[in-house]
Ligand binder design. Structure first.
Ligand SMILES: C[S@@+](CC[C@H](N)C(=O)[O-])C[C@H]1O[C@@H](n2cnc3c(N)ncnc32)[C@H](O)[C@@H]1O
Length: 288
């Protein structure tokens, strides 16, 4: 390991691929990377959600960022297998290609899921409109991180306003489940040379994104208080993409949630309790 005070300049990677993948073609993340990176869902993860829902007797569920729909579809399928009846199953999505992907999956699985098209910024306005509140709203796969701005304080405020909009769709006593990448861990790697970043950014198993490091290499190229740049390399097809996002540090997320919710549990990669090194941090919180 390098001395923690030494400085490694990863700035060139903010806009460029790393040297060994310099010839890769740049593609759109949603269509060029996501499907392969996402892979299938793990039953263990679906069971985790099903357990939360069944134990608390929750009946009205909403996926705030449905993406390709794999989690929501898996949850509905497993609940049905358990003979557990839901009153409503709905989803929110802003991206047309994701709406098409998820609609196709729900149709194929013969699941009646109502998809509302809305940008979170405009909530509760949506097309079609929301007609009731939910007792379980979830946002998985590092999604809130799309919202932010030029300072850590601004990012916190912007993310806070979205979480408060989510809260408006959840009834009192209902739950929100939300996650983000463990940006605190990513930040701890930023003084390392890139070979060591890759070495440290390996995990026993991946959550949500089951193509991670097997099919699509992820390289955390840069992180500061205000911006995080993640590179995605598909070695088979020599494609790459990157996302410039707004980091969510754990301390900030707890503060954000605390305004409308009481945090009941935090998990790292679906395991209860604290860990320094994890891919995702997940929060389960109850509406005040
Ligand atoms: C990283 S994807 C995760 C998708 C899915 N939950 C999963 O785990 O595969 C981020 C999701 O957030 C949604 N999203 C990002 N910004 C949004 C916004 N401003 N309004 C509504 N949805 C948004 C995207 O369309 C996408 O569905």
């Amino acid at each position: 390991m390098t001395d923690s005070k030494s400085f490694v300049n990863t700035l060139p990677y903010i806009s460029n691929p790393i040297e060994e993948f310099g010839s890769f073609k740049f593609v759109d993340w949603e269509t060029g990377i996501y499907p392969k990176f996402k892979g299938g869902t793990k039953q263990r993860e679906i069971d985790f959600f099903v357990d939360i829902i069944q134990k608390r007797g929750l009946r009205n569920i909403l996926d705030f960022g449905v993406g390709g729909g794999l989690e929501l579809s898996g949850i509905i399928k497993t609940l049905k297998k358990h003979g557990y009846l839901l009153e409503s199953m709905e989803a929110n999505e802003v991206d047309e290609s994701f709406i098409n992907l998820a609609s196709k999956l729900f149709k194929q699985e013969q699941q009646k899921v109502l998809i509302h098209k809305a940008n979170w910024l405009d909530l509760p306005k949506a097309e079609p409109s929301y007609t009731h509140r939910f007792d379980f709203g979830f946002l998985t796969g590092n999604s809130l991180t799309y919202i932010g701005g030029g300072t850590r304080e601004y990012t916190k405020k912007a993310q806070q306003s979205i979480v408060t909009k989510f809260a408006g769709l959840i009834e009192k006593g209902g739950y929100i489940f939300i996650d983000s990448r463990n940006y605190d861990y990513i930040k701890s790697l930023m003084n390392l040379p890139k070979e060591e970043i890759f070495e440290n950014f390996t995990f026993d198993y991946s959550v949500y994104y089951h193509g991670f490091q097997e099919k699509v290499l992820v390289f955390p190229a840069y992180i500061s208080d205000t911006v995080v740049v993640l590179h995605y390399y598909d070695k088979d097809y020599k494609k790459w993409s990157k996302l410039d996002l707004y980091p969510i540090y754990q301390e900030d997320m707890l503060e954000i949630l605390n305004k409308d919710f009481e945090v009941e549990d935090t998990y790292h990669d679906f395991t209860d309790g604290y860990k320094d090194k994890s891919l995702f941090v997940q929060y389960l919180a109850r509406k005040r």
